[in-house]
Design a protein around this ligand. Structure first.
Ligand SMILES: CC(=O)N[C@@H](CCC[C@H](N)C(=O)O)C(=O)O
Length: 372
């Protein structure tokens, strides 16, 4: 049997983006099928997997969700087990999430709990979003696999191993992706007056987008408009006829999201007039906020407080997005942060989560689940 550390390292080497997690799914299935199958029911959904573990005297079904996708980042950790997929990396810790889920699955399969458990290995958390379609598929095709309560964690680089952090109520923001295409007229660098330069138009629009949060949002509310990628042009002596901005919007409530979008649309319209071009907006996928059930989360924090190996913190809400919010929209439960003591943050090419979080978290979560 492979150690959990080996599993984490194997998974770390094969990051795949949303709905392309073919090797990941095959690896997970191999591990799951190597376990005693007597209590297990395994169902595939796209590149994801659902595993039902039969309880001894079930009163409810407890769900544990792990996301499984990686990010399009060129890894720079220097690990001996670096990604073998150039340009892709587990830079958000989903390799750790999957390993903890497998470790937990092993334990509750070896020594069953009273309740049923369902493990959801969910694709595409980073985008375009797997939780909502997976939830709908479960409801429509496998209602018997729907959990009554659902739990998940996310690694937290800023905390030491042994620290967990969460809060009852709102934990993560509402999100919407943002893709803006600007189409003008390309031409010779020496004849700018015969072109419609989309590098200039995109640069101007990018700067104007920065005024939304500072001037259109009530300072007592919160919003983020981040453009993470900007592309334009082909070569130094051609004026670009096409530019693209790619970003994300984050807000603490749905009404503010609408205000931000209205401002983006207005600024795009004015860019069309000012730069004589066409501007097209695509909002991509959007995630519902992560709203932790008050009572269950409070009980979990009290449980963690009593645990000698754990330092439990009530943290602030964050502008992070998580499509796990779609599960919590309909099923009670919560998400918590677990410290991994990394000098580099999430979505960083040098993210280095400490592996000892796996050996800490698996028995901690197991004992919490047995207490439910
Ligand atoms: C935990 C985490 O980092 N989640 C991602 C979710 C991305 C949602 C979507 N693709 C977007 O960019 O809006 C995050 O960036 O917060």
């Amino acid at each position: 049997m492979k150690t959990l550390q080996q599993i984490r390292r194997d998974l770390h080497q094969i990051p795949e983006i949303g709905f392309h997690e073919f090797k990941t799914q095959a690896y997970l299935l191999n591990e799951i099928y190597s376990m005693d199958q007597e209590r297990l029911k395994v169902v595939k959904w796209k590149t994801g997997i659902v595993v039902h573990v039969k309880g001894l005297a079930p009163k409810k079904t407890i769900g544990w969700r792990s996301d499984i996708d990686g990010l399009p980042i060129n890894e720079q950790t220097g690990f001996s087990f670096e990604s073998i997929h150039p340009g892709f990396m587990h830079a958000c810790g989903h390799d750790i999430h999957m390993t903890v889920a497998l470790g937990l699955l092993r334990l509750v399969n070896q020594t069953p709990i009273n309740d049923h458990m369902v493990f959801l290995f969910q694709p595409a958390e980073e985008g375009p979003g797997g939780a909502l379609p997976m939830r709908e598929w479960l409801k429509n095709q496998h209602p018997e696999l729907l959990p009554d309560v659902i739990l998940a964690f996310h690694i937290a680089p800023e905390y030491p191993v042994g620290t967990i952090a969460t809060r009852p109520g709102l934990l993560f923001a509402n999100t919407s992706e943002l893709f803006i295409d600007l189409v003008g007229l390309e031409g010779h660098a020496a004849y700018p007056h015969r072109t419609k330069d989309m590098t200039i138009a995109a640069a101007s629009l990018l700067m104007q987008l920065q005024t939304i949060v500072s001037r259109a949002i009530n300072p007592l509310e919160s919003a983020v408009v981040t453009v993470g990628k900007m592309t334009s042009g082909t070569v130094q002596n051609i004026i670009s006829g096409h530019a693209r901005l790619e970003g994300t919007i984050r807000t603490m409530d749905a009404a503010t999201m609408q205000t931000v979008k209205k401002r983006i649309e207005a600024l795009c319209k004015s860019t069309e007039i000012a730069f004589e071009c066409q501007v097209k907006i695509d909002y991509g996928s959007s995630y519902y906020q992560v709203y932790n059930s008050e009572e269950i989360t409070q009980n979990f924090l009290s449980f963690a407080d009593r645990d000698e190996t754990t330092n439990a913190i009530v943290c602030d809400a964050a502008m992070t997005g998580e499509d796990f919010g779609y599960f919590l929209q309909e099923i009670p439960g919560f998400l918590f942060w677990a410290g991994v003591d990394s000098s580099y943050g999430l979505h960083n090419a040098k993210l280095n989560p400490h592996e000892k979080v796996i050996d800490y978290l698996v028995p901690f979560v197991e004992s919490y689940i047995r207490s439910l």
